[in-house]
Design a protein. Structure first.
Length: 231
């Protein structure tokens, strides 16, 4: 990875989010998306739930794999939603746990952006439709299942089998995405929490730390830094 490459500090795109900056050592957490962690210089290090340390220039963490990040001075991290076509490529590498994928060390935001708008060719189209619906708005499970032509039980089972998570986890991830978009649009973390469907800012903070290893305050700091550089 070229240390001089220009990347946004934090951004949300179609099918992905990207973070560039220092990483403090985090507590254990798990994402509802694939994570691609790339060292700008040297190597990135993650620890899995068995306390095994993984190192490499680029590491891929599959959805719902419990892990923690070790401190890094400069890190490029992509969160890739599991139902976009780029996730199909990541599924080939990651399996059930953290994997070193050095060929991704030069991955750029535009590489994911082009693939993020296209649906997975490996997942059931009904599941893709359900995940896209929940990303845009909250829908009760019976109505969601009926809209895609499945029973609630079949839809839940499909999500667990094909993306490895309950839809309740994806619903939280979708709310985090909406909160990040609201903060990017100028909302405070407290306002963004309500807009996204969290009970309050503390609820948003807890969920964001649990699922992304970041806090709303950290995201807002990076967004403000981008705004200052743009003016």
């Amino acid at each position: 990875m070229n240390a001089g490459t220009e990347m946004p500090r934090f951004a949300v795109g179609e099918g992905y989010a990207v973070y560039r900056g220092a990483a403090a050592g985090s507590s254990f957490h798990r994402h509802a998306a694939f994570q691609v962690a790339i060292a700008v210089e040297g190597e990135v290090a993650l620890v899995d739930e068995r306390e095994i340390r993984h190192r490499g220039v680029a590491l891929v963490v599959p959805p719902m794999a419990r892990h923690r990040m070790l401190a890094a001075a400069d890190l490029l991290t992509f969160f890739v939603e599991p139902h976009c076509v780029f996730a199909d490529r990541l599924r080939e590498h990651s399996g059930d746990g953290i994997a070193a994928v050095p060929e991704l060390r030069d991955l750029r935001e535009e590489d994911i952006g082009r693939a993020g708008v296209r649906p997975s060719t490996e997942l059931d189209p009904r599941l893709v439709e359900a995940l896209n619906t929940l990303r845009e708005r909250s829908v009760p499970m019976p109505a969601l299942a009926a809209a895609v032509g499945l029973s609630p039980q079949r839809l839940r089972a499909l999500a667990r089998r094909q993306v490895g998570m309950p839809l309740t986890r994806w619903r939280v991830w979708a709310r985090l995405r909406r909160a990040a978009e609201a903060m990017r649009a100028g909302r405070s973390p407290a306002d963004a929490a309500i807009v996204a469907g969290f009970t309050d800012q503390a609820h948003l903070t807890r969920r964001m730390r649990e699922m992304m290893g970041l806090t709303p305050a950290a995201v807002l700091l990076h967004l403000r830094g981008q705004s200052r550089r743009a003016t």
